[in-house]
Design a protein around this ligand. Structure first.
Ligand SMILES: [Zn+2]
Length: 245
């Protein structure tokens, strides 16, 4: 359809059918916006949280600002931050944009990603999304991590490299695996594309994903990036599962 005709049709549709929040159904200002009511129900991660892995904890559980797990076994990445806790509501939001066509949600999340990731983004040379295996990419049509990274890049000005990492091994879905099995599941699953080896050397990378679950995936990706000479890897995700195993 001719672009102008399409625009006229769209603005006409907006008058007849005002844009609604995809979760609550409330009328909002623009297509894809999430209503203030839903934002209010999201469980944002605020201090105190572990200075290393970003998990929200009571102050008394933290030692020197870090959780016990990070003190015992420090993650290979330098830091990790997520916008909100993974709960029923954020799960629906993220599933919607993982499997549905709700790609416009991403722009609603970006200001919050910039806020929680301020320090790591200031130091970052590149944004690198966690890759999907091509087979899963075909099923889902897009990689949600690359989608986030692309929109975030436009907003914060840090270049994103959607093809820097790739999955060299298809791994079963992590859905029902415990944390030990998740670590085994992702081992040797990732690689850095040869074309990017020299570009990434001594650089600061922010690794982007939608959900931080046990951290198995982002830790494995960080390990591979560091092995290829990246100076530091920081993790930025929309949601964080609060597990204590
Ligand atoms: Zn920690």
């Amino acid at each position: 359809m001719h672009m102008q005709a399409k625009n006229i049709l769209m603005s006409g549709l907006n008058t007849i059918l005002p844009p609604r929040c995809p979760v609550s159904g409330d009328i909002v200002d623009a297509q894809g916006q999430i209503s203030p009511k839903i934002w209010g129900e999201l469980d944002f991660i605020s201090k105190p949280f572990c200075a290393h892995c970003g998990i929200a904890l009571d102050l008394e559980v933290l030692e020197n600002g870090k959780c016990i797990k990070c003190l015992d076994n420090p993650p290979v990445f330098s830091s990790s931050r997520s916008v909100f806790k993974y709960n029923d509501l954020s799960r629906n939001l993220i599933l919607g944009f993982k499997h549905g066509d709700k790609t416009h949600y991403v722009s609603s999340f970006v200001p919050f990603l910039e806020q929680v990731g301020k320090l790591m983004l200031e130091r970052a040379d590149f944004l690198v999304p966690v890759p999907l295996h091509p087979r899963r990419l075909i099923a889902r049509r897009y990689n949600q991590a690359a989608l986030i990274s692309g929109v975030l890049s436009k907003s914060c000005g840090v270049k994103h490299l959607p093809l820097a990492m790739r999955r060299v091994r298809s791994t079963p879905s992590q859905g029902h695996l415990n944390s030990g099995d998740r670590i085994k599941n992702v081992q040797k699953a990732f690689d850095v594309h040869k074309k990017y080896h020299s570009l990434l050397k001594d650089k600061s990378v922010v690794l982007i994903d939608d959900v931080y679950t046990t951290g198995a995936t982002v830790k494995e990706c960080s390990k591979i990036l560091l092995k290829h000479g990246v100076a530091e890897v920081n993790i930025l995700t929309i949601a964080r599962v609060m597990l204590d195993d």
